[in-house]
Design a protein around this ligand. Structure first.
Ligand SMILES: [Zn+2]
Length: 483
């Protein structure tokens, strides 16, 4: 899992050496304290190198307004960057990747995902209130070791890649210790996904206790220099009146938000309680550096506050149509879009649903369709924009990813159009949104590394990932029962 030899080869020994030592200590401490077996090593395979490729003859959707679509186009990639996009590109030294009968497009960008708890799907039941997602994560979250967090994140991202997701916003609301933060970041790094890690506090953390802002600064300093692949944010607890369940006092929230702003980071919170946006607006707690999650249940006045402050939103339509629709109302996408407020799409929790971004696009389309009636208002092309370039803008990553633009990093996916559920294809956007599924994803390249080929991982051991996920969750469940 944390081989210092491999880290040394990658030239980040200074960062990772201290981390590995610290994590080794903490693992022993927490394992002894919780009676857990000593975790087995679980190092991922070495990532494939960044080579020189030309992806040839695909139906290229650049998602770059200036470049448009190129049926029968090529994408030239060298050392992790997109060099050129066009027809019949001349690149004699490049390895050719045949993309005929495939859509070639930027990878999907997730904007909010609790990766740590992915493996808890072994014990979560939405059809039993006692074992639903929320009671389960709250009950067992505190018994996760750093190794469990590593395994959960790895399981989630392994599925993400097979769904064509190349960027994840890992919303870590179970950052129990500095070692847990490092373990989650290490998992992201080992798999090679582009990611933001938003530092949080542990499940069940006291509402009057400040989050570990010192360690947030430490993580920002240590990890953002790693390969340009990882960014840092902060997930804060929802502000509310004292005594409101699951909320923290407004003044504590303000202290944390100010500290996060000073570090130049974006904060993010879950929305849900009625009147929350009104409370935040009146307390000057909204703005572009406050990424809000779950746009539901806002009054007309609250929507005006959002329009005035340009606070961006992440919507997780599959979860919002199931878990929180009854409590919080329908998804207010059209209101936000009408005001030009930035919106991105998200998985939220693959312990409660699947990491299927085709389904995420479809769910938002259905939700908006149900609200608007005929004709279909939210068009497939717009949904693919939300799933790619708009998500990248939301996370401040549009200079690196979200479109196939020369100069950006090479985060691209190839999607088969001859599969039984896609063929015969007329319009690639329509086909993806109405018919697409993760099994159609053939190839995934992130930062110029081919991580999925022929629908299979090139470096990640799926059997081991699944096996260790089950062992990890059984261990967490046992420790929580003994406590
Ligand atoms: Zn969430």
């Amino acid at each position: 899992m944390f081989s210092s030899g491999e880290l040394h080869r990658r030239g980040i020994f200074k960062v990772a050496g201290g981390f590995a030592a610290a994590l080794g200590l903490s693992r022993t401490r927490s394992a002894e304290a919780q009676g857990a077996p000593r975790p087995a090593a679980s190092e991922s395979g070495v990532l494939p190198t960044r080579g020189e490729f030309v992806v040839r003859g695909g139906h290229v959707l650049t998602m770059d307004a200036g470049l448009g679509d190129l049926p029968g186009g090529d994408v030239h990639v060298r050392d992790g960057a997109i060099v050129a996009v066009g027809a019949n590109l001349n690149a004699p030294n490049a390895e050719s990747i045949d993309a005929r009968d495939m859509i070639v497009m930027p990878g999907f960008v997730d904007t909010h995902w609790h990766l740590w708890c992915t493996a808890l799907r072994l014990i979560i039941r939405a059809d039993d209130p006692a074992d639903g997602y929320f009671p389960t994560t709250l009950r067992v979250g505190r018994y996760c070791t750093p190794q469990d967090s590593y395994i959960g994140v790895r399981l989630g991202v392994a599925e993400a890649l097979l769904s064509g997701i190349t960027t994840v916003h890992n919303w870590s609301h179970n950052t129990l210790s500095p070692e847990h933060a490092d373990a989650e970041l290490q998992a992201l790094k080992d798999i090679g996904v582009r990611a933001r890690f938003s530092y949080g506090s542990g499940q069940g953390y006291a509402a009057d206790k400040p989050m570990n802002l010192g360690d947030l600064a430490r993580v920002q300093k240590q990890w953002t220099s790693v390969d340009g692949m990882l960014g840092i944010g902060a997930c804060l607890r929802t502000p509310g009146l004292p005594g409101t369940r699951g909320s923290i006092p407004v003044e504590l929230f303000r202290t944390e938000y100010d500290a996060v702003r000073k570090l130049g980071l974006q904060a993010t919170i879950h929305c849900g309680p009625k009147g929350l946006i009104d409370l935040m607006g009146r307390n000057n707690l909204l703005g572009p550096d406050m990424l809000l999650v779950h746009p539901q249940g806002m009054t007309a006045d609250e929507l005006k506050m959002i329009g005035a402050t340009r606070s961006p939103w992440s919507t997780a339509p599959v979860i919002e149509m199931s878990y929180s629709a009854v409590r919080n109302g329908t998804i207010q996408y059209s209101e936000l879009d009408g005001m030009g407020v930035p919106v991105g799409l998200s998985i939220d929790a693959s312990a409660a649903t699947s990491a299927d971004f085709f389904n995420v696009m479809r769910a938002l389309m259905w939700s908006d369709w149900q609200r608007s009636g005929a004709p279909l208002r939210l068009k497939p092309r717009r949904l693919v924009e939300l799933a790619t370039i708009e998500g990248a803008k939301l996370l401040g990553l549009a200079d690196k990813t979200g479109s196939l633009t020369p100069g950006k990093r090479a985060d691209l996916v190839m999607i088969r159009t001859t599969d039984i559920n896609m063929a015969p294809m007329q319009d690639p956007y329509y086909a993806m949104v109405f018919h697409g599924q993760p099994s159609n994803v053939d190839t995934v390249m992130i930062d110029g590394r081919v991580l999925v080929r022929g629908g299979k991982h090139t470096s990640l051991d799926v059997g081991k990932t699944v096996r260790e996920a089950a062992e990890s969750t059984r261990g967490i469940a046992e420790r929580s029962k003994r406590a």
